[in-house]
Design a protein around this ligand. Structure first.
Ligand code: FPP
Length: 248
């Protein structure tokens, strides 16, 4: 696998995988076929990210708003996630991939939740790339759950209101322990965050690529990483100034 030699590689890339439906429509196929092809792109993206030295790859697989889609499509997406875990878990484990799942677990179907938990538990001690699957995820919902947890700690006397810091909030988000994304990328040309990692993305570089998710190949991913490497991140500070020469 090629590495991007001596260029800054983002430690954490988060992707809004958009465009499966349009990919299928353009071929006169049912939307499901777009999602199926999308799973192949997921496999390729995990391998590409791992090979490039990315440490965390977060994929937005199902949003808390996706329940509004027709029942048949929701059921297809659930089926694909189940199939992905059942078929790919052993391979991912062999490849040393660690799996984390973020999103609201309350009320998840009884045939889905145990699979997600199994994927996390099986791969817990792996040391390769962490694949974070955002499932039934919405950033506002995640923040509301974190605020609720804080309120409970305050009500129980474990925390005083004046002790609440951004770090207290981060520690109660689903992503606790995962570094903030360096790069948030969305496919399909849409330029929105759609309730994805709103807290964690405060300083993320944003990138929008025209390719539909099923067309997000290794080459497209690597060229996005090249574009990232050329960006300058300042985190609210100033550009690094050339160092003064001693005595000048
Ligand atoms: C957006 O395309 C994509 C989704 C809502 C789901 C993404 C899911 C997968 C790629 C498969 C399952 C995931 C994993 C991790 C195995 P869209 O349907 O909104 O496309 P459109 O905007 O063209 O209609």
């Amino acid at each position: 696998m090629s590495k991007i030699q001596s260029r800054p590689v983002p430690a954490h890339v988060a992707i809004i995988m958009d465009g499966n439906g349009r990919w299928a429509n353009a071929r006169g196929l049912p939307r499901t076929m777009g999602h199926r092809k999308g799973v192949e792109a997921v496999r390729e993206a995990v391998r590409t990210a791992g090979g490039a030295g990315v440490r965390y790859l977060t994929l937005f697989a199902f949003s808390s708003e996706n329940w509004r889609r027709p029942e048949e499509e929701v059921s297809d997406l659930m089926g694909l996630l189940k199939m992905f875990i059942r078929r790919d878990l052993a391979d991912l484990h062999r490849e040393n991939v660690r799996i984390r799942v973020i999103g609201d677990r309350d009320g998840l179907r009884s045939d889905i939740l145990p699979l997600l938990v199994e994927a996390e538990e099986t791969t817990w001690n792996n040391t390769g790339i962490t694949l974070v699957i955002a499932f039934n995820y919405g950033a506002r919902d995640e923040m509301a759950r974190a605020v609720r947890a804080l309120a409970i700690d305050v009500a129980n006397g474990r925390l005083r209101p004046e002790e609440i810091t951004p770090a207290c909030i981060s520690a109660r988000l689903d992503t606790a322990g995962i570094p903030d994304p360096d790069l948030i990328l969305r496919t399909s040309g849409e330029e929105r965050l759609s309730n994805f990692l709103l807290w964690q993305g405060a300083y993320s570089e944003l990138m929008f690529v025209p390719e539909l998710w099923p067309d997000f190949t290794r080459d497209v991913f690597l060229s996005a990483l090249e574009r990232y490497a050329a960006r300058e991140r300042r985190f609210g500070g100033l550009s690094p100034q050339p160092r003064a020469v001693a005595g000048s």
